[in-house]
Ligand binder design. Structure first.
Ligand code: ADP
Ligand code: MG
Ligand code: ZN
Length: 502
């Protein structure tokens, strides 16, 4: 492998202006495939979810999945696109064993949705508009596993295994218009766009859009043009980038690589590239000259898709609040700063907090637990917050116990610990571990008497009017009760017993 020469990022941006195009594939979460009734459930035995249609057997006929079309239209509408009155599927012909039909059913010059935009918010709060060229429907391919080579790639493999369970799962491909004017923030815009799109897809409920599971993947097209010129340069296309961070890194790397090639008098060849997670580099894939001619033509086995305007309007009515606007609303409701909101977002805590508030907890309390104790635990166990074995309802219950004075923060933390350890719900853990605050006069009174008796000097000071000194006696009571005393009540009793007004 040749080492790629780079120029520094700042140097690249001093001479060139980046132009980007992002192509995002989203696997829809429909129950069945796009053109047959096979299940889309993940994790099944290879080739157990196949039929004559998705295996491309002669004579088998496809039927369009209505939920797939509905999802495509809802995505299109959420992206402010026009929805076609009439459009068709097309055959994209190629021979490769991952698609046993020898063509992929896709859309070509008649996409279901086109001409839209998505506003994305950058870290400094600025909103950048990304124009959408089209969103079209297609199907996923099967999965090949190359066996016997060192790299898992086909080169050097002794044989390949094919699993067609994925063949025919509905995909929506969303393609941006060339993104210009982002300048040095192009990589940040790329990441913010994919992040916003992922939130939108999740909010629509059409896919879980988990990038690490390949449910959403991004091709990053990038070119440079000399600053102050209009004409686009030749682009490279980095394929199947699989995380938000990688999208940003891939764009950044390509800017530096293109700049190095161009500034040394070389030419960029139009090609696909592979991204490497380990060092953030890209390497050459296939050149555009080698690319096949897909001989697209309209799919004769499927009727055109002609969504009525009534249906489109009905679907428009099902659109959720846009994620960006929802975030803004929540931030206002919770009364927190941009910085605090950003931490909540980074921690993936928005939905858990919302659910906890919905279950009756005050927002500041819900945020305190999810961003504190629970974030720490999730981080330790390398889990997402939502995957912790505690529910928002349980956190809300713990907040209620604190509010009514049955628990203090320390006891609440122990209750959470017990729930996470599988000891039961909050009330059960409080019961089993005996975590209730000690506030009954008898038990607390004994502890207070002991604290006074054990610290005569301090008690004397308090009697003499140094009321602040009572803190040390409260500390002794807390220690004796292993933190379970009602501190405020203990203080009150100490002052009473020493004959001082509180
Ligand atoms: P292909 O299928 O060959 O990849 P598409 O037109 O579907 O082509 O997608 C190309 C993507 O790259 C689109 O997002 C487009 O806006 C963008 N693009 C086109 N030309 C350039 C260029 N010169 N530099 C950067 N991006 C480009
Ligand atoms: Mg492409
Ligand atoms: Zn099938």
């Amino acid at each position: 492998m040749t080492v790629t020469e780079l120029v520094s990022y700042d140097e690249a941006l001093a001479s060139y202006d980046p132009v980007m195009g992002l192509e995002v594939h989203v696997e829809l979460g429909t129950r069945t495939k796009m053109f047959c009734g096979c299940s889309t459930e993940l994790g099944a035995e290879p080739n157990s979810q196949v039929c004559p249609t998705c295996l491309g057997l002669p004579g088998a006929l496809p039927v369009v999945n209505k939920v797939g079309v509905e999802s495509a239209i809802r995505i299109g509408l959420a992206l402010n696109c026009q929805i076609a009155d009439w459009c068709r599927f097309a055959r994209k012909n190629y021979f490769y064993p991952d698609m046993p039909k020898n063509f992929q059913t896709s859309q070509y010059d008649e996409p279901i949705a086109f001409d839209g935009y998505l506003d994305v918010q950058l870290e400094d709060g600025e909103v950048f508009r990304v124009e959408i060229e089209r969103a079209h429907m297609e199907e996923d391919t099967g999965k090949s596993t190359h066996v016997g080579g060192a790299t898992g790639r086909i080169h050097g493999a002794s044989h390949s295994l094919l699993d067609y369970n994925r063949a025919g799962i509905p995909l929506i491909e969303i393609v941006t218009k060339p993104i210009v004017g982002a300048g040095e923030r192009a990589p940040e815009v790329a990441k913010a766009y994919v992040a916003e799109l992922r939130e939108l897809i999740k909010a629509l409920g059409v896919s879980e859009a988990r990038m690490e599971m390949g449910q959403m993947r991004c091709d990053v097209n990038l070119s440079l043009r000399p600053k102050g010129t209009e004409k686009f340069g030749t682009r490279s296309e980095t394929k199947n980038v699989n995380s938000l961070r990688s999208v940003e890194r891939a764009a950044r790397f390509e800017i530096q690589r293109h700049a190095a090639v161009l500034s040394s008098g070389g030419t960029i060849i139009q090609e696909t590239r592979h991204f490497h997670e380990d060092d953030g580099s890209t390497t050459s894939g296939r050149a555009k000259e080698e690319a096949e001619d897909y001989r697209y033509f309209p799919e004769p086995d499927l009727v055109p898709v002609a969504p009525s305007r009534e249906w489109v309007e009905e679907l428009r009515g099902t659109l959720p609040e846009l994620p960006r606007l929802r975030r803004k609303r929540l931030q206002e409701e919770w009364g927190i700063s941009d910085h605090e909101m950003q931490s909540v977002l980074n921690a993936g805590a928005v939905d858990p907090i919302v659910a906890t508030v919905d279950a009756g907890a005050p927002a500041d309390q819900a945020r305190k637990w999810w961003m504190g104790e629970l974030a720490r635990r999730a981080n330790e166990d390398d889990l997402e917050l939502a995957a912790l074995p505690i529910t928002p309802e349980q956190i809300a219950r713990i907040c209620a116990l604190v509010a009514e004075g049955s628990l203090n923060d320390k006891l609440a933390r122990q209750t959470i610990e017990g729930v996470l350890a599988g000891e039961g719900g909050p009330d059960e853990v409080v019961e089993k571990r005996g975590l209730k605050i000690v506030s009954d006069e008898g038990a607390l009174g004994t502890a207070v008497d002991e604290a006074i008796a054990g610290n005569p000097d301090i008690a004397e000071k308090v009697r003499g009017g140094k009321v602040q000194a009572a803190g040390a006696l409260v500390g002794a009571v807390m220690k004796a009760t292993r933190g379970q005393a009602d501190a405020a009540r203990a203080r009150q009793m100490i002052l009473e017993k020493l004959g001082v007004e509180g």
